[in-house]
Write a protein that binds this ligand. Structure first.
Ligand code: ADP
Length: 182
């Protein structure tokens, strides 16, 4: 990755395979649940890596509705802030899941802007324990990322951190499809 100044949405959007808890960025986005009390999957890993201060801040929030996000410090994570985004649990696709997932990304980017953060790294929200099919989640995530990059010139880099090669391949394929549809 490079810190060279970039201009278009395309070169400020980076897809990598990796462990989000080790990625350095102004903000890391956590796949949280509505209690904000920590859970399994990435949420558990983020809380273990961040340490008790972030958990204490989360507990003070008294939860977060699905489709929204909250921001805290990052404890020992290599970031300034963590944005806890609560994605929807997949219930077959007819219960507003797509709109709620899009809302989650939008809320996260509103916090990025409000806090003057220039680099942000996301996991693939909802596509783990919450069961959202990644083929349907990827276009929602990538559209939201491109829209935010277009709207926020101060945003230097958005990184999607995929946990597996298979997930990365879906994101890469989806991005290529979105680019060719432009
Ligand atoms: P959700 O409940 O929103 O589905 P999960 O934590 O189960 O949250 O999964 C969200 C995504 O994060 C999944 O694609 C999963 O493979 C991925 N994931 C899990 N651990 C990590 C990690 N350390 N870094 C990046 N992505 C991760």
């Amino acid at each position: 990755m490079t810190d060279a100044p970039c201009s278009t949405e395309t070169d400020r959007l980076v897809l990598i395979r990796g462990d989000l808890t080790t990625v350095a960025a102004d903000a890391l986005v956590n796949a949280a649940n509505a209690s904000l009390r920590g859970g399994g999957g990435l949420d558990g890993a983020m809380h273990r890596a961040a340490g008790p201060e972030m958990r204490a801040e989360c507990l003070k929030m008294r939860g977060c509705p699905t489709g929204e996000a909250r921001i805290t410090g990052a404890g020992r994570l290599p970031a300034r802030q963590v944005i806890h985004a609560v994605g929807p649990m997949w219930r077959g696709g007819q219960h507003g899941e797509h709109a709620l997932l899009a809302s989650c990304y939008r809320h996260a980017f509103l916090l990025v802007q409000a806090h003057g953060l220039r680099t942000v790294a996301f996991p693939s929200l909802s596509t783990g324990l919450y069961g959202f099919p990644i083929e349907e989640a990827a276009p929602i995530a990538l559209r939201a990322m491109r829209e935010a990059l277009a709207r926020q010139p101060a945003l230097e880099r958005v990184t999607a951190v995929l946990f597996t090669d298979a997930d990365l391949a879906v994101y890469q394929r989806t991005l290529a499809q979105l680019d060719s549809a432009r």
